[in-house]
Write a protein that binds this ligand. Structure first.
Ligand code: ADP
Ligand code: MG
Length: 692
């Protein structure tokens, strides 16, 4: 038979055979390489083997002996399998309660290694339910005398951990030297990483408790490094092969733009504006993520960039996730641009027929400077004349694919993605790995804090009294529900039910209106318009208000069944009432029934720091769910954990970016192993450009 390679089908591993191979296949273990990647989930420590005569009650010990007697007492109070084990020094008892299933495994005269805690019963030393290993050879191998760390593999179907240990052991002997090594000894030494073959040996055959940890670090590094390498290539590519129109500023332009704002920029706004201005001055397309909590003044920063694009004779597009938000943006821009010559239009899905085609013609001819809209701007018939800048608002889900699509129109526009959902740095480096990140960390002066209280069930009517007082002083309020319609769970309140009740019984003298996600956008817009102009006092709603809606006079929010909402979602909701010069009040009605829910709510009440909340949210929910990372085409990480391995991620990122800066196409002979690893593993999921 030919020698085993990493690509050999797993069935050729000694001891596997077609039947076990079929089981392995079902678990996605096809090749020898796959088998080696079936990593232990844990390790057991086996103490050094000693003589039976030296056993002491209460100690953790291991002994090796010959089976002299086997008895099975089925009918005793506790059915048990009992063995008498003897070595040259003495004899002890080994018991397995309910051990009937083991009967077939043991025979007289076999060599058996057992380890566990030593007990004394009836003055005889014994092991009860110990770990054990049957030794094939009649003679005891001295290597087994030493204490050992034993890998515990995740069992699959009828393939036990022990079976995996055997298969992997056989495979390891033959292929260890074939594992492709990505890094030179010097590179590894500088980062304290073992070689790849060392790492696999340490994982599968550890000599000490530390070795699996060091080995795991190497595999995690490799995973993160490969991911970042893909990101680095994409990053390099967009910056070096795509041409954008350079949009330089000047003192005069700056003066004209600043005159549009009735306030000076905050230091934070100055800082990120400077970063954006520097990007725009270059003919490499900007790809920047602007993060800032709700109300930190992102829109103002974005509008500054938009006006700079227009000053340079190009067009700008502003894209919002919903029509309500597009509307609101347009209104806000109107406020700042009143009386200016800047030509701005709102392009929404509602616009059809002749009106739409006329507008599209104007945009295509360059008779429009700013186009505000939704994702409808990505449609094929929307062509720009000279698109300099795209601003994408509140859309952390605006992925690579969509960015590529706006880019496809003419030259690549500069791209500014804004989000008020604070993204933990760790994720920003992965999910948005090819974006540069700016963080707006201060707030415009005079912003009032939001007071958050958790309201237990017996205090809700007092809370509603408080809301009523606030309405009486002229403020407006939201009451948010997790559901639109009542569901099976009686404990969860629904907006439709409660709107009627609140309107009649609780807020009789006020205008109470229902808003939810199943209404048409026309209906929603009408209601939002009336709320904004103060005709509605209290809006009963579902999470439709979550993102971006901005009514400065609305300062009170009740969240019903707050335990049903995610932490980030609660924070977003609260952001709605943090906008004006009035103090905001968030009353979270909560009946937490799990520890997780309690923890979420406690954090929510304790801090309004969006980044802290995002980190906690990530911790509670895990990165997979945080954004639906799969959607972003991130490779799945098997070993690395982007929360726990954040330092390693930083290191891997730095390394990957340095390599790509030197050798953007990975054409150096030393990089061929990396290049093929990249192509085979992540080519599709990272939507890599052709690195060849
Ligand atoms: P974001 O988009 O980050 O939620 P906005 O840009 O909408 O924040 O700004 C929030 C509010 O603060 C708006 O009413 C805006 O006019 C105001 N604002 C923004 N920047 C400043 C500033 N530098 N000084 C005073 N008010 C500001
Ligand atoms: Mg905004």
């Amino acid at each position: 038979m030919a020698d085993l390679t990493l690509e050999s089908p797993v069935q050729y591993v000694k001891g596997a055979g077609p039947a076990r191979a079929a089981l392995l296949e079902r678990a996605d273990i096809h090749t020898v390489a796959d088998l080696l990647k079936h990593l232990p989930r844990d390790y057991q420590c086996r103490p050094e083997v000693i003589n039976i005569v030296d056993l002491r009650e209460g100690s953790e010990s291991a002994v090796c002996g010959i089976i002299e007697k086997i008895t099975f007492s089925r009918f005793s109070r506790l059915p048990r399998l009992q063995i008498e084990l003897a070595d040259s020094s003495g004899c002890c008892r080994v018991i397995w309660f309910h051990g009937g299933y083991l009967r077939k495994q043991f025979q007289i005269d076999q060599h058996l290694l057992v380890w566990g805690k030593v007990q004394s019963y009836d003055n005889i030393l014994q092991f009860a339910n110990p770990k054990f290993e049957l030794l094939k050879e009649a003679s005891f191998d001295p290597r087994q005398a030493a204490g050992r760390i034993i890998p515990v593999y995740p069992a699959i179907a009828s393939l036990s951990s022990g079976m995996f240990a055997k298969l992997i052991d056989h495979a390891l002997n033959e292929v260890l030297s074939l594992l492709p090594e990505w890094f030179s000894p010097g590179y590894r030494a500088a980062r304290d990483l073992p070689s790849i073959s060392q790492a696999y040996r340490w994982l599968h055959r550890p000599g000490s408790a530390d070795e699996p940890k060091l080995a795991r670090r190497r595999l995690a590094y490799d995973e993160l490094f490969l991911m970042e390498l893909g990101i680095a290539i994409r990053h390099w590519h967009t910056r070096h092969t795509e041409e954008a129109i350079a949009l330089p500023t000047s003192e005069q332009i700056e003066k004209r733009i600043r005159a549009r704002f009735p306030f000076p920029f905050t230091p934070g706004q100055e800082q990120v504006t400077a970063e954006i201005v520097a990007d725009l001055a270059s003919s490499r397309p900007m790809n920047r993520l602007l993060q800032g909590d709700v109300g930190s003044g992102k829109t103002v920063v974005a509008l500054h960039a938009v006006l700079l694009a227009i000053a340079n004779g190009t067009q700008a597009a502003i894209m919002a996730p919903t029509e309500i938000l597009a509307d609101q943006h347009f209104e806000r821009i109107e406020k700042y641009l009143a009386g200016s010559r800047v030509r701005r239009v709102l392009l929404t899905g509602g616009l059809t027929g002749k009106a739409r085609s006329e507008l599209l013609a104007k945009i295509a001819e360059g008779q429009v400077d700013i186009v505000v809209g939704t994702q409808a701007l990505l449609e094929k018939d929307v062509l720009f004349n000279r698109l300099g800048l795209v601003v994408v608002d509140e859309q952390h889900k605006f992925g690579v694919r969509q960015r590529a699509r706006v880019r496809a129109k003419g030259t690549a526009p500069h791209c500014l993605v804004m989000t008020a959902t604070p993204i933990p740095r760790t994720l920003a480096l992965t999910v948005f790995g090819d974006l540069d990140v700016s963080i707006l960390s201060d707030f415009p002066p005079g912003r009032q804090p939001v007071v958050t209280s958790l309201i237990p069930p017996d205090k809700t009517s007092e809370a509603f009294d408080f809301v009523r007082q606030q309405l009486q002083t002229g403020r407006q309020a939201y009451v948010v529900y997790p559901l639109i319609d009542p569901g099976d769970d009686q404990a969860v309140k629904a907006a439709t039910d409660e709107a009627a009740r609140l309107a009649q019984d609780v807020f009789g003298n006020f205008s109470v209106v229902l808003l939810h996600g199943r209404m048409t956008s026309r209906e929603k817009e009408t209601i939002m318009g009336r709320f904004r102009s103060g005709k509605i006092d209290l809006l009963v709603c579902t999470v439709v208000v979550e993102v971006g809606v901005d009514v400065a006079n609305a300062t009170v929010m009740v969240v019903e069944n707050a335990e049903r909402f995610g932490l980030a979602q609660l924070h977003q909701l609260r952001g709605r009432i943090a906008r004006g010069s009035h103090k905001g009040y968030c009353l979270a009605f909560a009946r937490p029934t799990t520890d997780d829910a309690q923890r979420r709510l406690d954090i929510f009440a304790a801090t309004s720091d969006g980044f802290r909340i995002a980190e906690e949210d990530l911790r509670i929910r895990g990165p997979g769910e945080f954004f639906g990372t799969r959607q972003h085409g991130l490779p799945q990480l098997r070993v690395a954990d982007i929360i726990e391995d954040m330092d390693l991620l930083r290191l891997a990122r730095k390394d990957a970016f340095e390599i790509i800066a030197d050798d953007p196409r990975l054409s150096h002979p030393d990089h061929q192993v990396l290049k093929s690893a990249l192509q085979s593993q992540f080519a599709q999921s990272l939507e890599l450009i052709d690195v060849g």
